[in-house]
Design a protein around this ligand. Structure first.
Ligand SMILES: Cc1cc2nc3c(=O)[nH]c(=O)nc-3n(C[C@H](O)[C@H](O)[C@H](O)COP(=O)(O)OP(=O)(O)OC[C@H]3O[C@@H](n4cnc5c(N)ncnc54)[C@H](O)[C@@H]3O)c2cc1C
Length: 405
């Protein structure tokens, strides 16, 4: 087998590593490049929906992810102006729809750690940190990337390239694939604290708090073990300087204004990020495929970004394996583009934009209608199940392929 008979993967985040592990399990050699010198532990995605848990089960890692995370069967909606808990949804109603009638809150850095550890002893899995992909040259039969390494600039050739190098993807830009959509004016502020919102405020592990002025999401993650950490997310004024929004006094006041306490908060992470809704014009250009944030980005309300990315990786790996083994023509890779791009545009973008608009609705009539509808949905098991088939991404995943050629 020639050295070039391998799949190059730009980006060793969760999406790149899921693709890598799915491919090496089928005997396909991979080389993963990541620009960081080690795995990152930044507080980003944690919500792993039932549809994704099904895929992680196929990959053989759902037990580890579940053990290192928190099992959350329920989620709640609250109305901030009245303080009322408006609706509670229990994934238990999905027990006949999936083997995983719950969400697992497992931080994405744990997923990447599980995957890199599993690949440590796999000879055909070559994971290289401090390797930044700087350029792509795609030919008829192979693809070559230039990579900035600690030893200087080097070239690597493979049969295919997966660009899973995040929202600012070098691969997407090198292939001149446009990233269509928009950027929200407000940024999202994420604050993490060990304060126990369950004991002190009656929260469950996943909460969405609607407010016409300032909504909030409040989640629990396992962190390094009990008592765990709570993450709260808020929209922030686009004009305010970053230093102010991350300042001690400001973040303390932010938590106090939502959840008054006679003690100051212990704030262990603070993070401000820009929020986009964008989808790449294509997920395939010849031998180059893009997945995860490189292919689509969305706001985090509903926790669908990484879920969609893992689903891309599994969909793509399954097709690449068939093409690699000669069981299917390369055109099958166009089906990856058709299926996953449709999913991103018609489901994830639509759903996440709607999630945000509902939480922040200002018009009193539409607010009241939203809250009333939520209440009625939650109190009717049939409607509640339908609602969760959507929110858990099961329905959209089961529908894949039905509307694409
Ligand atoms: C605060 C926050 C909360 C979120 N919560 C959720 C949630 O609950 N559920 C959910 O589904 N999603 C959530 N998301 C979104 C989620 O974090 C992303 O969708 C996810 O990280 C995408 O994974 P990825 O592997 O595609 O990209 P990334 O995680 O960005 O990984 C890309 C990797 O590529 C590397 N890289 C970049 N450029 C290069 C290069 N040129 N060469 C080599 N390596 C490169 C980077 O170092 C990085 O390791 C959240 C995001 C944020 C910011």
């Amino acid at each position: 087998m020639s050295d070039a008979s391998r799949v190059l993967i730009a980006g060793g985040g969760p999406v790149g590593l899921v693709a890598a592990y799915a491919l090496v399990q089928e005997g396909i050699p991979v080389i993963v490049f990541d620009e960081n010198d080690e795995l990152q532990e930044d507080p980003r995605a944690a919500t792993t929906h039932p549809a994704t848990l099904e895929l992680l089960a196929k990959l053989g890692i759902v037990e580890q992810v579940t053990e290192q995370g928190l099992v959350c069967p329920i989620f709640r909606f609250w109305d901030r102006p009245t303080g009322e808990m408006v609706a509670e949804f229990d994934h238990g109603l999905l027990k006949d729809d999936t083997d995983f009638p719950h969400v697992v809150q497992c931080e994405q850095f744990k997923l990447t750690r599980i995957l890199t550890e599993l690949m440590t002893d796999i000879e055909i899995a070559d994971i290289r940190f401090s390797h930044r992909v700087t350029g792509v040259s795609a030919g008829e039969d192979s693809v070559t990337v230039s990579v900035a390494t600690p030893e200087g600039e080097q070239s690597f050739t493979g049969t295919y390239l997966i660009g899973s190098d995040g929202g600012r993807s070098t691969v997407r830009k090198a292939m001149d694939i446009s990233f269509e959509g928009f950027t929200w004016p407000e940024r999202f502020l994420v604050l993490s604290t060990p304060f126990d919102f369950e004991a002190e405020r009656g929260m469950c592990y996943r909460n969405y708090i609607a407010d016409p002025e300032e909504w909030c999401n409040c989640f629990k993650v396992a962190g390094d073990g009990p008592p765990g950490l709570w993450r709260t997310v808020y929209p922030e004024d686009p004009e305010a300087p970053e230093e102010k929004l991350l300042d001690d006094a400001y973040v303390e006041q932010k938590l106090q204004s939502f959840f008054p306490s006679d003690q100051p908060y212990d704030i262990v992470h603070r993070n401000l990020y820009t929020v986009h809704q964008r989808v790449a014009a294509t997920f395939r250009m010849g031998r180059v495929l893009i997945a995860g944030d490189a292919a689509h980005v969305n706001n985090s309300i509903g926790g669908m970004g990484l879920n969609g990315g893992i689903q891309d990786s599994m969909n793509l790996a399954e097709k690449l394996v068939k093409v690699w083994k000669g069981e299917a023509d390369e055109e099958l890779l166009d089906v990856y583009d058709a299926e996953r791009r449709t999913f991103a545009v018609e489901f994830v973008q639509e759903q996440t934009i709607q999630n945000k608009k509902r939480l922040e609705a200002k018009n009193p009539q539409s607010r009241a209608a939203f809250l009333k509808n939520l209440k009625e949905t939650a109190s009717d098991p049939g409607r509640s199940r339908q609602f969760m088939l959507k929110s858990s991404m099961i329905e959209a995943m089961r529908n894949i392929g039905k509307s694409t050629p």
